[in-house]
Design a protein around this ligand. Structure first.
Ligand SMILES: Nc1ncnc2c1ncn2[C@@H]1O[C@H](COP(=O)(O)OP(=O)(O)OP(=O)(O)O)[C@@H](O)[C@H]1O
Length: 240
């Protein structure tokens, strides 16, 4: 199954933020969605779980039209936003991560297991009782990732997930994303800096002015990234 945008257009007033984008992301693919500030990345991914409605074109998740099936889309597509403070709904990390699975009506045992696994995955296992408003920026980001993981989505979208993460935290999140994609979850990481993650990706999609201007494997696209204001590795990219 896939996430698919077909001739998608999104306008804010008179300005076009997503301009006729057609894109398909199969299960298990690890995609970097890159591009300069304002190129339309966030607007595009907000269509994947029905947070925005298309002005033209269509978006499908696992074959279902997103605007017609917003609840199914929100369950299938996990999102971690740029500023996770907006995303917390409970006072403590553990309660916040449990919130989504609780709303799915899962048994307590299953909820507790999901919370434990999700916190482990982002190196926050000791922080279940920590207050979300007392977390550092990096801990907040990881708690938000844990909240998305606990929903076991089939597609996961993370908007600039590495901002404020130190190297061990970034490694922990990256390892988890890699293993998720290997086990069939599609992972879309929105970023304008692909330096640390390029080699992990299956595919790099670059947006400029609302359009997709580059789409290919990391080794084929690395030479084109700088021209689109994407921070790319300066060392030669190894053969794959
Ligand atoms: N809520 C909004 N109202 C009006 N214009 C908006 C809104 N959100 C985004 N835009 C505009 O739409 C365009 C695309 O923005 P978007 O946030 O999708 O780009 P982005 O590539 O994610 O940028 P960044 O890397 O800065 O997050 C920009 O010109 C932006 O100013």
């Amino acid at each position: 199954m896939t996430v698919r945008a077909e001739s998608l257009v999104h306008r804010y007033g008179d300005s076009v933020a997503v301009d006729d984008v057609t894109l398909e992301i199969p299960d298990g693919e690890f995609v970097l969605l890159a591009g300069a500030n304002g190129s339309g990345k966030t607007t595009l991914v907000r269509h994947f779980n029905g947070l925005l409605e298309p002005d033209a074109g269509e978006v499908f998740v696992d074959g279902l039209s997103v605007p017609e099936n917003p609840v199914a889309a929100r369950t299938a597509v996990g999102m971690v936003f740029q500023d996770p403070r907006d995303q917390f709904v409970a006072a403590t990390v553990g309660a916040d991560v449990a919130f989504g699975p609780e709303n799915l009506g899962l048994p307590r045992e299953e909820i507790d297991k999901r919370v434990r696994d999700a916190l482990d995955a982002v190196n926050l296992s000791g922080e279940a009782d920590a207050r979300v408003d007392e977390l550092s920026g990096g801990e907040r980001e990881r708690a938000a990732v844990a909240g998305a993981l606990a929903m076991r989505p089939t597609h996961l979208v993370l908007d600039e997930p590495f901002t404020g993460l130190d190297a061990p935290a970034r490694e922990a999140v990256l390892d988890r994303l890699e293993s998720l994609s290997e086990s069939g979850t599609s992972v879309v990481v929105v970023t304008h800096d692909v330096r640390d993650v390029l080699e992990l990706a299956d595919r790099v999609v670059v947006m400029a002015g609302g359009s997709v201007v580059v789409d290919g494997t990391p080794d084929r696209t690395v030479g084109e990234l700088a021209a689109h204001d994407v921070r790319a590795p300066c060392r030669p990219f190894p053969d794959r």
